[in-house]
Design a protein around this ligand. Structure first.
Ligand code: ADP
Ligand code: MG
Length: 756
């Protein structure tokens, strides 16, 4: 999209600068408040110009940084509802604050979504002085914030919060029994930081709120013990792309024998078959220190996009139990899903969406398809002079690693700082061990010490520093050459700036570009290179058919042939095509759930805020209603009716969600059959939901017939009913049942890219 019309406003902003500079702080704040309360058209050119000028002056005073023109243009692009593409280090945090002020002028509560809690707090505190001068209040939320703190933070003009916390709060609010208990206000305007990561990579991730219903030894744990004795290759086969696993007929026989000679594929053993598939998935495809870490006797997921451990998040129960059993840990309580929403559906609830990222253009098509967002490419404040070298491709992993170590050692000798981006935690650890063995001290940044991540990465630009990190760790933290020492900065500039080395291409070009972007910020010198091998996972999975006959390698194993480099890039494009298809597909599945969720939420809100429940009972059970009313009074009766109705509505929804999950799994297991799985899923979901509301009503009436209602209201315990409590939350990164689908989409993506 064209940013020309936005840049046109810059001279008018500059014109106001001198006058604003002469104001006292109090006068500046007053002008901001006056603009906020008197503006008739906050989207009009005049208000945009005034907002930019005021924000620029507030930043100059509050932070000692005068926003560059490109930052103003970025803010204007966001105020126009676009995704601003601005390189790393261009100052997006401040840009968002300027846009935040602009949204606040429209009277909207503003959320700034960050990729993690650390950044939510850091950015809110960092921008506080600017907002303060502009007469705005700002708050932040973290995983450990209490409901009262959350409510207060959401009540501020601008709230910084991670996408998962907003989602979980939204889901929890959706279960509140009193409108007063809700913590959020309207979802009005949202500024999404690292927009590609949140809007695309995490979009298909369902956020799940789960409640405990006591632990029991599930069939999954039994199955986990069982598959441990199976042999890879003989009993099961892992697909070439490493994303799915299947029992061979020998494996199936072995399992069926151990289960006492059952036929696993008989319809009444679906649960066992599911359990075995889960256990096998955990055993064969989830690797310790790559997909999860074991810490304090617990399994913690590693977030595949951020390479960091996600606290208090878990896989769906079956899989969690399977992994716990695999690691010989006691199973944690099982739960049921109380509410769920995908990141994409959540974002779509906001009236206005905009965002910023260093790598948006590469997902322009997807942002348009999924969100109707356009990307505005903002030029850098100073030209980027980073030297991006072509990939160095090696014949095998061993040669690659030797060359990599040699490159690090040689660079380190000169004193130039090196930042190495790895694909996973295990690789980071392995590499760090080899570096240390070679006498090279290095800092390791990974999922195991995420508390210290920020501090470590901030030092990565100091001379003679070697930092090893998963590619996404430490995002959002500025790497300044020489850190805070100007003399060291000079030294590092002389040496060529920060040198970024990737140990392999990631599944997405954007992630590689993010890594490169850690260097060369604000016109600093810098360099980047990726070391790749033909044996790399990515090439193995998607690049083999595009590889030319391999040339004779150099003595150190390097293959110098542009066709080989092209094959690597081809592999990456296939991987990207697959995730695009997967996203599209998950979206198709989630549309119907989301529609149903909204219908249910509307009914729930009606029950919560009107006398709909009382009217239902008065209508269906007029005599009993009148009798109880005489005994306890209309108000208490109304409350009791509401509690009973909410209980059953929530109960029915929880059961419905479980049913949806079941058919999804069933559908996927049958995906290779003739029926279209998506159609089948829709049909089943719609039919089931059609009965839900009337079922909830009739259960409400039934419970009312027997209910013990006295002056204190409805005695729920006497009815033998228990409300599950929302105790934990998780994100579903892995769909163990999606493997058939994934294989299918791999084929589709390959075909679309013109290759088999
Ligand atoms: P990004 O999110 O775009 O990577 P940050 O918001 O983390 O960038 O900012 C990077 C660095 O640039 C920070 O140290 C910040 O203080 C600095 N910075 C931002 N805007 C300005 C400005 N207008 N003048 C000087 N420094 C700035
Ligand atoms: Mg940032």
């Amino acid at each position: 999209m064209d940013i020309g019309p936005l840049a046109v406003l810059l001279p008018a902003v500059a014109e106001r600068e001198e006058r604003l500079e002469s104001l006292t702080d109090a006068q500046l704040t007053e002008s901001a408040l006056a603009l906020r309360h008197n503006v008739s058209d906050a989207r009009g050119t005049d208000s945009l110009v005034a907002a930019c000028a005021l924000a620029r002056e507030a930043a100059r005073r509050g932070l000692g940084q005068r926003p560059f023109d490109v930052q103003l243009v970025g803010a204007l692009a966001m105020l126009a509802g676009h995704v601003a593409e601005m390189a790393t280090g261009e100052g997006k945090t401040l840009t968002a604050a300027i846009a935040g002020f602009g949204f606040a002028l429209r009277g909207d509560p503003v959320h700034v979504l960050t990729v993690n809690d650390y950044l939510a707090r850091r950015d809110a505190e960092w921008m506080e002085p600017v907002y303060h001068l502009l007469g705005l209040t700002v708050g932040w939320i973290g995983e450990t914030s209490t409901p009262a703190q959350r409510r207060e933070a959401y009540a501020r003009d601008v709230t910084y919060v991670s996408v998962s916390e907003v989602g979980y709060d939204y889901l929890r609010d959706g279960l509140s029994l009193d409108t007063e208990d809700a913590v959020q206000r309207d979802l009005a305007a949202v500024i999404v930081d690292e927009a590609d990561s949140i809007l695309i990579d995490e979009a298909r991730v369902p956020l799940v709120l789960a409640g405990a219903v006591g632990a029991n030894a599930s069939s999954v744990s039994i199955a986990a013990g069982l598959v441990r004795h199976l042999w890879p290759g003989r009993h099961y086969q892992v697909a070439q792309d490493g994303r799915s696993v299947q029992l061979t007929s020998a494996g199936l026989n072995a399992v069926e024998r151990r289960l006492g000679g059952v036929n696993l594929y008989a319809p009444d053993h679906l649960e066992r078959l599911t359990a075995v598939n889960l256990a096998l998935y955990a055993e064969a495809l989830l690797h310790r220190d790559v997909d999860y870490v074991v810490r304090d006797g617990k399994v913690d997921l590693v977030d595949e996009f951020r390479g960091r451990v996600a606290r208090r998040r878990r896989w769906p129960d079956g899989l969690q139990a399977a992994v716990e059993a695999k690691e010989g840990l006691t199973a944690t309580a099982e739960g049921e899903v109380l509410g769920t929403i995908t990141v994409q559906s959540l974002i779509k609830l906001y009236a206005t969406v905009c965002g910023m990222t260093a790598t948006g253009a590469l997902v322009g098509e997807q942002l348009r398809e999924f969100y109707r967002l356009e990307v505005a490419v903002i030029s850098t404040n100073r030209p980027c002079v980073r030297l991006d070298e072509p990939d160095r491709v090696y014949l095998n992993l061993e040669d690659k690693e030797s060359a990599l170590l040699a490159e690090i050692a040689a660079t380190h000798q000169t004193g130039r700082p090196v930042l190495i981006g790895t694909l996973d935690v295990a690789e980071s650890e392995r590499l760090a061990a080899r570096l240390r063995a070679a006498g090279i001290e290095c800092a390791v940044l990974n999922a195991k010490n995420d508390a210290e991540e920020a501090a470590i990465i901030a030092e990565a630009g100091v001379s003679a520093t070697v930092t090893v990190s998963t590619q996404m760790a430490g995002r959002g933290i500025d790497i300044r050459l020489g850190a805070t020492d100007p003399a060291d900065r000079e030294r590092v500039v002389e040496l060529g700036g920060l040198y970024v080395i990737g140990t392999g291409r990631h599944d997405s070009r954007r992630v590689d570009d993010q890594l490169r972007g850690r260097s060369g910020r604000q016109g600093d010198p810098g360099g980047s290179v990726f070391f790749v091998s033909v044996e790399d996972d990515l090439v193995n999975r998607h690049g083999l058919d595009a590889l030319p006959p391999l040339p004779i390698p150099d003595p150190d194993g390097e293959l110098r042939d542009p066709a080989v480099n092209r094959a690597v890039e081809h592999a990456q494009r296939v991987a990207e095509g697959i995730s695009f298809e997967l996203h599209r597909n998950t979206w198709r599945y989630s549309v119907v759930t989301e529609q149903q969720r909204q219908l249910l939420a509307a009914r729930r809100y009606e029950l919560l805020t009107t006398d709909a429940a009382a009217r239902l009972l008065a209508d269906r059970r007029p005599e009993r209603y009148a009798q109880v009313g005489r005994a306890v009074g209309d108000r208490v009766l109304g409350e009791a009716a509401r509690s009973i109705a909410l209980f059953h509505l929530d109960r029915c929804w929880v059961d419905h969600l479980a049913y949806l999950a079941e058919i999804r799994e069933g559908v996927h297991l049958r995906a290779l059959g003739r029926l279209d799985p998506l159609d089948e899923y829709h049909r089943a979901a719609v039919t089931a939901f059609g009965r839900l509301l009337s079922n909830a009503d009739s259960r409400t009436v039934e419970t009312f017939d027997e209910a013990k209602i006295d002056g204190r209201g409805w005695d729920m315990a006497a009815a033998g009913l228990v409300r599950p409590t929302a105790t934990w939350t998780y994100m579903v990164h892995d769909n163990p049942f999606g493997s058939e689908m994934e294989r299918f989409f791999t084929a589709v993506a390959r075909a679309a890219l013109g290759r088999r």
